[in-house]
Unconditional design. Structure first.
Length: 396
């Protein structure tokens, strides 16, 4: 068995069950393991720490599978982990009202680098690490055995694979894959989802509970939904009795699908406005035009994937929140989100606070929001809490 030995004093994170070992912590490597192969991780004194998947090209040199020295990393290991993840979702999701959700959430389900989302009877899988790539066929077979889906589609079309020395890849792994947008149900609201070309695996499943929150507070409100994508928050706001919703997104295709989603649930586009354009520019135009809203929703894409990009991304977050505050009526509500892993919760709150100060508004945080529970965060892996949301009310 190949052994990866850590430098003296660098075993602390491993002992706390953090699943990543960075290249700078490695003292030596016995043998020449292939990408994704299992290695024994030991401290500088030779004591066993964990079993990990080796990644020769990544700064994260190994991702830990297990801290149990008696554990064998084989198909049975993966079947047990996947079965556990499935059972958790059975306790979280009501299949009568919701047919799309995250089935496996990578490190937080103790399967580093594996994302599996369920859309009705089709699974969409993303492989983000060398270790999961190594066990790709076995994992596919296990999913077929345990779920028996109509098909499994791989959407490993993300840049992070390059950090692992892996090329991007998409394609069917088994069964029949819908070539057109499929119809899903989420909390009783219907959406068309493009599994082949949509963002992430097709839909922002992590915002499910936050969309439900939006529905609960939207009654009789004028709503501005920025970075609307295919209309998730728009559909929920209208279902909650919103007086009107203006949706902005840069994608013509996304806005087209958003309109279809509203028609699916409302039967008409009454009380809806749509803008295809750059959100930053359109927010300035709305401000200059004197528009104001009761509820503003800011759900931008990832501005800072890593901490090194946080400072640069903070400018963008501050700008959209500044405009968001300026577009609120007195006593209005701002729902502001960041999905950037490089922006932690306290930094995000500071950005929003600075925006409120520049906008000359007095504001209070009413709620803190996060990803839906089918996207859990393992206590030893705080990086799993990537989605941060604030519900802020301005003074009268």
């Amino acid at each position: 068995m190949v052994t990866l030995t850590l430098k003296k004093g660098r075993e602390k994170a491993v002992l706390r069950h953090h699943p990543w070992i960075f290249s700078g912590a490695v003292q030596s490597l016995s043998g020449e393991p292939g990408s994704g192969e299992t290695v024994a991780v030991r401290d500088s004194g030779g004591n066993f720490l964990a079993w990990g998947a080796y990644s020769p090209k990544s700064q994260i040199r190994a991702r830990i599978w297990s801290w149990d020295e008696g554990q064998s990393i084989n198909p049975s290991f993966f079947e047990e982990r996947i079965r556990t993840a499935i059972k958790l979702r059975e306790t979280l999701i009501d299949p009568q009202s919701t047919s799309a959700y995250r089935l496996i959430h990578a490190e937080s389900d103790r399967l580093p680098g594996l994302i599996v989302d369920r859309y009705n009877e089709t699974l969409v899988m993303q492989i983000l690490s060398a270790g999961i790539e190594h066990w790709r066929e076995e994992i596919t077979d296990i999913l077929i055995k345990l779920i028996n889906p109509n098909g499994i589609y791989e959407r490993s079309d993300v840049a992070v694979r390059g950090l692992e020395g892996l090329e991007e890849r998409v394609g069917a792994l088994c069964g029949k894959i819908p070539q057109r947008p499929i119809l899903i149900n989420e909390n009783g609201i219907k959406f068309k989802v493009d599994l082949l070309g949509g963002q992430k695996t097709g839909f922002y499943l992590d915002q499910r509970d936050n969309r439900q929150f939006c529905r609960a507070i939207a009654q009789d409100k004028s709503v501005l939904n920025c970075f609307a994508y295919t209309g998730g928050f728009t559909a929920y706001a209208l279902a909650g009795g919103a007086e009107s919703v203006l949706s902005i997104d840069s994608s013509v295709e996304a806005i087209h699908l958003a309109k279809e989603n509203v028609l699916l649930n409302q039967g008409s586009l009454e009380n809806c406005e749509w803008i295809v354009g750059d959100v930053f520019k359109e927010l300035r135009t709305l401000r200059d035009g004197g528009r104001q809203f009761d509820l503003v929703i800011l759900d931008p894409p990832k501005f800072a994937p890593t901490a090194s990009q946080a400072k640069q991304a903070a400018r963008g977050y501050k700008d959209i929140n500044l405009y968001g505050f300026k577009l609120l009526k007195p006593g209005g509500t701002l729902m502001s989100f960041s999905c950037s892993g490089g922006i932690d919760e306290l930094f995000f709150q500071k950005i929003v606070a600075d925006a409120a100060l520049d906008a000359e508004v007095d504001a209070q945080i009413l709620y803190r929001l996060s990803q839906s529970p089918d996207h859990p965060t393992h206590l030893a892996f705080p990086e799993g809490s990537y989605l941060k949301g604030l519900v802020v009310r301005t003074g009268n």
